[in-house]
Design a protein around this ligand. Structure first.
Ligand SMILES: [Zn+2]
Length: 458
């Protein structure tokens, strides 16, 4: 999967697009609105030509500890694009100041992004007597990106513009007991087609599809999913998807990494280089970034922090381990704390994790002693597990995400901090912060689409 990338295969062009293959570029002219306008604003009627150059496939990004010139260049492109998305409209000088790049380097990258069709000049800023400066923004009429979040019970598809704003979304339920690869792939493809139709976008304008599957994705594109009702072993998911969606590059990864990329670009980890994003749900895991790029490990399974050991001869895990982090801080583990605290608790809905976790959050807020005890217990286990992670990885920031963190995060955080402070070594502890995911939309589909953007920028 990490073989030589074939550059130079370009898109089939339709409609208003026209090919300029001699130049090695596919070009298209936006058919309706123009980029010569304010970021949200009205059209001036000018139709600039936007250039898209899309490789036939996009390789997932990775990192090694040895930084090459290419790595630095890629990191700089990411920094400029992130700043542009966060603060547009901006001028070149401000980009340079914010990213620490020289004005010349920032200008070069701006020109590259413009050539890639990701950036537009949307107006000018007067500059006290000198030449007016061009105001830059993500090219809202530029290429499109698709992000897909697959969970046990749904397929969620979103279409994004280069500022990663959602243009359209489609959701298909998955029957929890009907989960053959063909069935799931069919729902994904329907969701993609549906979202594209809603966004009214030509398929040739789509840079790629990022798909997050809740399991392990090997470098060869096979996926293994170990959910209670879902046992996939080495399903050739990337090949199945590519067969059904042959006209767009497809990237496959898992929610741990999608969430991490979303945090790096849009969330609490923005501006940080060494990051751990902990997903707390039914399952538990970590996404790790080193020097601003995802750390994948040898077989793309780095981050199985949820299955590191907390308790000798402890609780049995669905994945075959004993006493691992997940069995104490995942939703079923928290339910077990509650059952052990008060077997008859009215908060306990044995067959409904979401109802139990939400009831626990509400009861904690209302001062219920049993709920407070369960939260404190969960926070202590999580704090020790995070202290181990801090000692091992020395991250600048740790972000808690996932549906359990959304519900219980603010309640559990003081216990987590107090415990981690006791168990971590002083130096790495003082260099880190722990925070909750601030992204107020689906971080997984957002991150999956951002993986496509990263691949394109690489
Ligand atoms: Zn385990």
């Amino acid at each position: 999967m990490r073989g030589a990338q074939s550059e130079g295969e370009f898109l089939p062009l339709t409609g208003v697009q026209r090919a300029d293959r001699d130049a090695g570029y596919a070009r298209y002219t936006p058919s309706s609105t123009s980029q010569k306008k304010s970021v949200h604003g009205s059209s001036s009627g000018v139709h600039p030509v936007v250039t898209i150059r899309r490789p036939s496939r996009i390789e997932p990004r990775t990192t090694s500890l040895k930084r090459t010139y290419q790595d630095i260049r890629r990191t700089n492109r990411f920094a400029v694009m992130r700043h542009l998305i966060a603060t547009a409209p901006v001028v070149r000088r401000d980009i340079a100041a914010a990213t620490g790049l020289s004005v010349a380097t920032a200008s070069d990258i701006v020109n590259e992004l413009h050539e890639l069709g990701l950036l537009a000049e949307i107006g000018q800023q007067a500059s006290g007597g000198g030449r007016p400066r061009n105001l830059l923004a993500p090219a809202l009429e530029g290429p499109r990106l698709i992000g897909v979040d697959i969970a046990e019970t749904y397929v969620h598809v979103e279409v994004f513009d280069p500022a990663l704003r959602v243009l359209a979304r489609a959701e298909y339920e998955l029957h929890p007991h009907t989960n053959s690869p063909d069935y799931v792939v069919d729902r994904i493809v329907r969701g993609i087609d549906d979202a594209i139709a809603q966004a009214q976008v030509e398929r040739g304008r789509i840079l790629g599809v990022g798909v997050s599957i809740p399991g392990q994705v090997r470098p060869d594109g096979t996926a293994s999913v170990f959910a209670p009702n879902w046992q996939w072993n080495d399903v050739p998911l990337l090949a199945l998807l590519t067969e059904r969606v042959p006209d767009m590059p497809v990237i496959l990864d898992n929610p741990l990494r999608a969430s991490t990329v979303a945090e790096l670009w849009f969330g609490a980890a923005r501006g940080h280089e060494d990051v751990a994003v902990l997903t707390l749900g039914t399952g538990v895991g970590a996404g790790l970034a080193v020097q601003g790029a995802l750390y994948r490990g040898a077989t793309n399974t780095a981050g199985e922090w949820g299955h590191t050991n907390l308790v000798i001869d402890g609780r049995k895990c669905r994945r075959g381990c004993v006493g691992c982090v997940e069995t104490y801080v995942g939703a079923p583990g928290i339910m077990q704390h509650l059952a052990e605290t008060d077997p008859d608790s009215p908060l306990l809905h044995p067959d409904d994790q979401t109802a139990t976790i939400n009831a626990l959050a509400a009861a904690h807020a209302a001062g219920d002693p049993a709920a407070q005890q369960v939260i404190a217990t969960t926070g202590r286990y999580l704090g020790i597990a995070i202290a181990n992670l801090i000692n091992l990885c020395n991250p600048q920031i740790i972000v808690l995400t996932g549906w359990v963190a959304d519900s219980l995060g603010s309640a559990v955080l003081p216990h987590v901090r107090a415990t981690a402070a006791r168990y971590a070594l002083a130096e790495p502890w003082e260099g880190t912060e722990i925070s909750l995911c601030p992204i107020d939309r689906n971080p997984v589909s957002l991150g999956a689409a951002t993986l496509v953007l990263e691949g394109f920028l690489s």
